[in-house]
Write a protein that binds this ligand. Structure first.
Ligand code: DX5
Ligand code: ZN
Length: 217
């Protein structure tokens, strides 16, 4: 797949001005908006909850890409749908019955993604790859924005592409954590399809220009 999409993560947005941040993203070249939900159990941090996600689609028509960093995401799939999620990614490490969870996401009419932590070998996804739309590779340990990109992510992208070839299937490969203009081009060339960028976008002087630069590497 040669799609190359930019997904700013609103985790790094200014929540005191969330409406204008969303309107800014809406006018930018962002392809979708990454929405990080953390529960303080699966990851050692709490982000925002569904009372915040409820307003997102009021101020943007970009597709919403939900990343559930929660232990047992099953009870929250319907509310993601209700709040406009186009894609929901759940963690391999957080799902007892991953296949069933993926089926539930699809039954709700959303694209289904599986996220894996930096310590998780991509081989564990082999039996799921033909059932999912997105593999979300964590390129930092989940829980916080602004961390350093883990270089081993490049070989994980290659491994997924190899397994997909063997199986005759395709998935979108999404990279989440530490993405910047320093690594975007290499990630794209290695085969990444979706780049999530939080602090690099929102800490820059012009997020719109930064998104444009990431999009046009
Ligand atoms: C981290 C989140 C990321 C985060 C990325 O747990 O999943 O989506 O927002 O932030 P940056 O781009 O700052 O590493
Ligand atoms: Zn994320």
């Amino acid at each position: 797949m040669d799609q190359y999409l930019i997904a700013p993560s609103i985790l790094a947005a200014d929540f005191a001005n969330l409406q204008s941040e969303l309107e800014m993203l809406d006018k930018s070249q962002a392809d979708c908006i990454h929405v990080d939900i953390m529960d303080g159990v699966f990851v050692p941090n709490i982000s925002f909850g569904f009372s915040v996600t409820a307003i997102l689609s009021k101020y943007t028509s970009k597709p919403l890409d939900f990343h559930l960093m929660v232990q047992d995401p099953n009870p929250y799939l319907q509310v993601c749908k209700d709040h406009g999620a186009a894609t929901v990614s759940v963690h391999y490490e957080a799902c007892q019955h991953l296949h069933r969870t993926i089926q539930s996401i699809k039954a709700l009419g959303m694209k289904a993604g599986v996220a894996i932590n930096p310590h998780t070998n991509v081989e564990v996804l082999r039996d799921m790859l033909s059932d999912i739309d997105v593999v979300l590779l964590m390129s930092v340990n989940p829980g916080f924005g602004g961390q350093q990109f883990i270089e081993r992510t490049y070989s994980k992208i290659k491994q997924i592409k190899t397994i997909c070839k063997e199986l005759g299937t395709e998935v979108l490969i999404e990279i989440d954590g530490g993405v910047s203009l320093e690594n975007a081009k290499t990630l794209k060339d290695t085969g990444a399809n979706i780049l999530v960028a939080g602090s690099f976008v929102f800490n820059s002087t012009s997020p719109v220009d930064t998104i444009k630069a990431l999009k046009n590497v």
